[in-house]
Design a protein around this ligand. Structure first.
Ligand code: SME
Length: 160
């Protein structure tokens, strides 16, 4: 059993440091990328409050394909440049979206989503996946979250 319960009084930065440490503990010894992404999705869901979707899209043959996640069933394939995920993948840049309704081309997989954070995972300079977090709360994510998930992306890149 793994119990990664965050401290109730943790600051957001402490929460992300704990998340990174827990992530590495979960995946460092396991070579299977699907198992690792599945556990990472569960970990994100468990440790970050106020989410309605947490998971991965993987780069496959030049497009994004749904990977392990927690949340409602989601669109399976996203072209590069399409939606928040496709934009993050095409630009190799984090997309911090306080209001998804104001993002041109946003793809609504869950009508409850109001804000979104998408962080590309790079290996050898190439985008291999994106981490996608959705929240039912407007402006749920801030630059501390973006920096925390970017750090997580660097840690997990060799293991997914
Ligand atoms: N909203 C995303 C699609 C994926 S779902 O949020 C899980 C987008 O616009 O790319």
């Amino acid at each position: 059993m793994y119990d990664f319960t965050p401290a109730a009084d943790a600051t957001p930065a402490e929460l992300h440091a704990d998340l990174a440490q827990a992530a590495l503990a979960l995946i460092h010894d396991e070579p299977d990328p699907v198992a690792n992404m599945a556990n990472l999705a569960a970990l994100l869901w468990q440790m970050l409050p106020r989410l309605n979707w947490a998971g991965f899209y993987r780069m496959v043959d030049g497009g994004l394909v749904l990977g392990p996640f927690i949340g409602k069933p989601a669109c399976i394939r996203i072209a590069l440049g399409q939606g928040v995920c496709g934009t993050a993948a095409a630009r190799a840049e984090t997309q911090l979206v306080p209001d998804v309704h104001a993002f041109p081309g946003h793809i609504a997989c869950d009508a409850a989503s109001r804000s979104e954070l998408v962080v590309p995972v790079l290996r050898d300079g190439q985008v291999i996946a994106v981490i996608d977090l959705d929240s039912p709360e407007p402006a749920r994510f801030d630059p501390v979250d973006a920096a925390g998930i970017e750090a997580l992306a660097r840690i997990i890149a060799p293991h997914i």
